[in-house]
Design a protein around this ligand. Structure first.
Ligand code: ARG
Length: 269
C-alpha cells in the first residue's frame, strides 16, 4: 500500500517536472536568433516626430530619416542584417511591438512604469521634457496652467502627453489626435488652444511656424524616464545586443550629434 503511494507521488512529481520543462522551452528567448536567421530587423515606427523620425526627400525620394533611424541603422549593421522599417501610427507602433509583429519599436518612445509591464526596454538614450505650444497671439493670456480651464488641448493618441493633459491640465478638454502635424494645424486654425509635445519636437514646429511659440509654463515630466527602444517582453538576448550598440553611441557622444544633425535637417525645408 505504502509502496503504491510512493509510486503515485513519484509519477506525479515526474509529470509536474515534465510540464515545467515543456513550458520553459516554449518560452525560450528566440529574439536574437529570429532576427539573425531572418536576416532582417523589423522596426515599427511613426514618422511624424522630427528630429527623431521624419520623412524628407533624399535624391528626390521620400525617405524615412532622423536620429532614431540612424540609431537602428547602427544596430542592424552590428547584427549584420537588413533594416526593415515599417511605418504606422504611434498607437499602432506600441501594439505591433507588444504582439511581437515587429522585433523592435523606435519612435521617441518614453519608458513608463505602465509600459514596463508589457514591454522590455533598451537602456535610455534621450531625456525629454514636456512643453506647451500656443499661438503668439495668446502669449499674454496663456501664462499659467489655470488659464487652460475649459479650453481644448491636443496630445498625440497613445502618447504619454495624453496623461500630461489629463493630470496637469485637468480642467482642459483633451483632444487626442493621431498625427502631430494635425495637432499643429488645429492649433493654427484655432480648434485647440495648445498642443503638448516634448521639447525638441515642439522647438522644430515653432521654428517652422512663426505664429507659434513655446509657452513659458513648467510642466512636470517626471512620470516618464526617457526615450528607449521597445521590445516584446522576453527579448533578453536582442536587448543585450542593442544595449551594447547604444552604450557605445552614448559614450562617444554620437547620439547627441545625430539628434543635432537630424534637427538641422528637419528645419531646413
Ligand atoms: N515620448 C512620447 C511617448 O512615448 C511621445 C512619442 C511619440 N512618438 C511619435 N513617433 N509620434 O508617449
Amino acid at each position: 500500500m505504502l509502496k503504491n503511494w510512493i509510486k503515485i507521488l513519484y509519477l506525479t512529481l515526474l509529470g509536474l517536472t515534465l510540464v515545467a520543462c515543456g513550458q520553459s522551452s516554449s518560452q525560450e528567448d528566440t529574439s536574437l536568433r529570429d532576427v539573425t536567421e531572418d536576416g532582417k530587423l523589423v522596426v515599427a515606427t511613426e514618422t511624424g516626430f522630427a528630429p527623431f523620425v521624419f520623412k524628407t526627400l533624399v535624391d528626390s525620394k521620400d525617405t524615412v530619416v532622423g536620429s532614431d533611424v540612424e540609431m537602428v541603422k547602427k544596430i542592424a549593421e552590428d547584427l549584420g542584417v537588413e533594416l526593415d522599417i515599417s511605418e504606422m501610427s504611434f498607437d499602432n507602433v506600441l501594439s505591433t511591438v507588444q504582439s511581437g509583429k515587429a522585433d523592435i519599436g523606435i519612435s521617441g518612445i518614453s519608458v513608463t512604469e505602465e509600459r514596463k509591464k508589457v514591454f522590455d526596454f533598451s537602456i535610455p538614450y534621450y531625456t525629454a521634457t514636456n512643453k506647451l505650444i500656443i499661438k503668439k497671439t495668446d502669449s499674454q493670456k496663456l501664462i499659467v496652467l489655470d488659464a487652460f480651464s475649459g479650453l481644448s488641448v491636443a496630445a498625440q493618441k497613445g502618447s504619454i502627453q495624453e496623461s500630461v493633459v489629463k493630470e496637469q491640465l485637468a480642467e482642459a478638454h483633451l483632444i487626442s489626435l493621431t498625427h502631430t502635424g494635425e495637432m499643429i494645424n488645429q492649433l493654427k486654425n484655432g480648434q485647440v488652444a495648445a498642443v503638448v509635445l516634448e521639447e525638441p519636437i515642439a522647438k522644430g514646429y515653432v521654428e517652422k511656424n512663426p505664429d507659434l511659440m513655446i509657452a513659458d509654463i513648467e510642466l512636470d515630466s517626471s512620470a516618464s524616464d526617457a526615450y528607449a527602444i521597445a521590445l516584446p517582453k522576453g527579448s533578453t538576448a536582442l536587448k543585450a545586443e542593442i544595449d551594447k550598440v547604444l552604450q557605445k553611441l552614448i559614450d562617444s557622444g554620437q547620439i547627441e550629434q545625430m539628434i543635432q544633425e537630424a534637427y538641422d535637417l528637419s528645419i531646413k525645408d
